[in-house]
Design a protein around this ligand. Structure first.
Ligand code: SF4
Ligand code: SF4
Length: 436
């Protein structure tokens, strides 16, 4: 029997819980009464405000300018008026300025004309991706124009599309695959052209058989040189390191990047955004988000303007069916818990989860069972790191590869002593950096 590809080291199998929203086709959110468009919704320096209180804005217009090498432009999701610029706290706890925009009652339609990208040079395509504010849509929000800028001394052999969506509950990428698959694959062709990659591979976990079949059909019909690869279900396969091992059998050494092993990785939602930027001339001002979990009355996959408040998304889904224990932005393994429903969605918001209370167990002392070591996909020794950090031995923890920790949560997931391993790793990194 043929082996189903996956990564080799560690990993866990949480329940995928995608059943709540996987059958829900993408629905457009009715226009909210007010949006909070943050100036820091990408990795790197916040964008610089280009507008002031009282200014009018047009849908798709640049309203924030990238302010450093790693930064991204921000665009208005609507035509409307800037009521004020206010400090907001995002779901990931970042505090930044945000435009409060009141949308006009009438919104312009998107032009339907399509641009031809095949005749354009890679540099021209890259410049448009930068101008349209495209960032990684899987949650990392790394500016796409930086990722796709390949230094002269590097060569890209493989462009790998991340269609894994290994975080439980989330189904936004799955719906993009089914409903915008043609666009996303054309976006992958554009990105591959920019990087000069000779191979294009898309990795998708086997819990999306119809997604795999649909993309294979498109590839066949269009004659695209894209390999669609079904992967065994295993978390955290969506991480670049694990995805490259699973799809092209390359290992990224500690402290190195995919580019160092001849690869570039982009999420399927990012490929869709690249298509929209280049072919439809549409800046990144809206995205698909899964609003799901046991406590959501009517879970949905929603296309909503960036800056939509979580309260508007919840209302569209009929609110809570029962009191959630917590709300999470992103997936349950690596997402961010937040409490204020006025928190706005950003370019990286892949999910809004409302999760039911779980049975609580008290933490005990470490049992030295070694399960965390077996589960760690990086090959770290989480129990040892936990001991160093809680003893204040930050330097020793740093010397024991603490900075390689991806905060994926596999160790905490399997720990029978219920130790707060990920939280401790995060704290250890912060304090260890300070001590340096
Ligand atoms: S959170 Fe860090 S230590 Fe724990 S399994 Fe993931 S990478 Fe390993
Ligand atoms: S899984 Fe938990 S109890 Fe077991 S060795 Fe690791 S930290 Fe200790």
């Amino acid at each position: 029997m043929q082996r189903i590809p996956t990564f080799s080291k560690g990993g866990v199998h949480p329940d995928d819980n995608k059943v709540y929203s996987r059958e829900q086709a993408i629905e457009r959110l009715p226009m909210p009464g007010e949006l909070l468009v943050a100036l820091s919704q990408h990795l790197g320096a916040p964008a610089k405000a280009l507008k002031a209180k009282g200014d009018t804005v047009v849908k798709g217009e640049k309203i924030g300018e990238a302010s450093g090498f790693i930064s991204a432009d921000v665009h208005s999701p609507v035509s409307g008026t800037i009521k004020e610029i206010r400090k907001v706290t995002l779901a990931n706890s970042i505090k930044c300025d945000a435009y409060v925009i009141v949308p006009d009652s009438e919104q312009p339609e998107l032009p339907t004309e399509k641009a031809d990208w095949k005749s354009q040079e890679p540099a021209e395509l890259l410049a448009q991706i930068k101008d349209m504010g495209i960032v990684g849509m899987g949650g990392a929000t790394f500016p796409a124009h930086v990722k796709l800028s390949i230094p002269k001394d590097k060569k890209v052999e493989a462009f790998v599309v991340n269609g894994v969506e290994c975080e439980p509950y989330l189904t936004a990428d799955y719906r993009i695959m089914l409903e915008r698959g043609e666009q996303a694959l054309e976006g992958a062709m554009i990105a591959a052209k920019i990087t000069g990659a000779s191979r294009i591979i898309i990795g998708i976990e086997m819990n999306k058989p119809d997604g795999i079949a649909h993309l294979k059909d498109i590839v066949k019909e269009k004659g695209y040189p894209i390999e669609v690869v079904g992967l065994k279900m295993k978390y955290p396969q969506g991480d670049e390191k694990q995805l490259l091992k699973a799809t092209i059998n390359r290992e990224i050494p500690s402290g190195k990047l995919p580019l160092d092993v001849g690869a570039v990785v982009a999420n399927i939602g990012t490929c869709n955004a690249i298509y929209e930027a280049i072919v439809l001339k549409k800046s990144l001002y809206e995205r698909v988000i899964s609003v799901t979990g046991e406590c959501i009355a009517h879970p949905k996959n929603i296309i909503a303007p960036i800056g939509t408040k979580m309260s508007d998304l919840l209302e569209f889904c009929g609110g809570f069916s029962s009191e959630p224990e917590k709300m999470v932005s992103g997936g349950p393994m690596m997402g961010f818990s937040f409490y204020d429903t006025e928190t706005p969605m950003t370019k990286g918001s892949s999910g809004l989860l409302a999760l039911e209370p779980k049975k609580k167990y008290r933490s005990t002392a470490c049992l030295n069972c070694g399960r965390c070591v077996a589960a760690c996909p990086i090959g770290l020794m989480p129990a040892k790191l936990y001991r160093y950090i809680t003893n204040g031995e930050y330097e020793t923890a740093m010397q024991t590869s603490l900075m390689d920790c991806k905060e994926c949560g596999c160790c905490a997931f399997v720990c029978p002593a219920q130790l707060p391993l990920v939280h401790t790793m995060k704290t250890g990194k912060k304090l260890g950096r300070k001590k340096k």
